[in-house]
Design a protein around this ligand. Structure first.
Ligand code: ADP
Ligand code: ADP
Length: 230
């Protein structure tokens, strides 16, 4: 359902051009769990931004569930993003003035889902990530791991086709990281497609497939033999 074909991304910095992706081709099917790894500057964020419809390729084709995204305007992209993609970031990106429940309701607010339904689905999503006891806590009343769980609930509440996670454990201690990896494992087992950027090998080993970037090229795309499961 994610299908990139010869995707290039060039950033123009005045007279200098940066070739951030040099012709990436890949397919990610429903139910997959992919870890994107590679050194700093290798193109991981660029690839994630393109897959997540936050940025467009300079050339090449990206089809999401059969739709060629270069044909879409910004409103159509925002619509697709809201419905098809859940985002999880290293820094959680929660709104500090809102409690967990209201943070999780946000994507449904954009989607104009009625209040009662929003509440019901947000409570359910927070239950899935094991935070039922904390729904009225604000971000600063939650640990890092708990904040990331709120962010995961927000990311899954629209039932997206896939979850995009950019260094989801980058700000967390080992125990909290394991908690987050357990949630990802359960989500993937129940059918959620996950694409995750990480620079930690232990975290990458939770995925089923590893995609290694270097200097804007995919240099490895292989299954993970002994992945970590729960
Ligand atoms: P990674 O996520 O693996 O660290 P990036 O995708 O962020 O790699 O960067 C790939 C290359 O593109 C780097 O050389 C980086 O400096 C450059 N780059 C990334 N984003 C921009 C941007 N917005 N403008 C200019 N250059 C960029
Ligand atoms: P709208 O234009 O309808 O407000 P947005 O472009 O703000 O839509 O966002 C649509 C969806 O995509 C939102 O649910 C939001 O979570 C997600 N999104 C958009 N941009 C970003 C971003 N830079 N980082 C994370 N999520 C984003």
């Amino acid at each position: 359902m994610i299908e990139l074909s010869n995707v290039r991304k060039v950033y123009n910095l005045g007279k200098v051009q940066v070739n951030a992706l040099k012709g990436a081709s890949l397919k990610i099917n429903k139910g997959e769990y992919v870890a994107i790894v590679g050194p700093s500057g290798s193109g991981k964020s660029t690839l994630m931004n393109i897959i997540g419809l936050l940025d467009k390729p300079t050339s090449g084709s990206y089809k999401l569930n059969g739709t060629e995204i270069s044909t879409l305007n910004d409103d159509q992209l925002a619509y697709l993003r809201n419905r098809q993609i859940g985002f999880v970031f290293q820094s959680f990106n929660l709104l500090s003035k809102l409690d967990a429940l209201s943070n999780v309701e946000l994507p449904m607010l954009y989607a104009k889902i009625p209040a009662k339904e929003r509440r019901k689905r947000a409570i359910k999503a927070l239950e899935i990530v094991g935070l039922s006891e904390r729904i009225h806590h604000k971000p600063n009343e939650l640990s890092g791991g708990q904040q990331q769980r709120v962010a995961i609930a927000r990311a899954i509440v629209m039932n997206p086709s896939f979850l995009l996670a950019d260094e989801p454990t980058g700000n967390l201690d080992t125990n909290s990281s394991i908690e987050i990896m357990k949630i990802f494992y359960q989500l993937n087992e129940s059918g959620t497609t996950i694409v995750m950027v990480t620079h930690e090998q232990d975290i990458a080993n939770h995925a089923k497939r590893i995609l290694r970037l270097r200097d804007g090229n995919i240099i490895e795309d292989t299954p993970i033999a002994n992945r970590i499961t729960y």
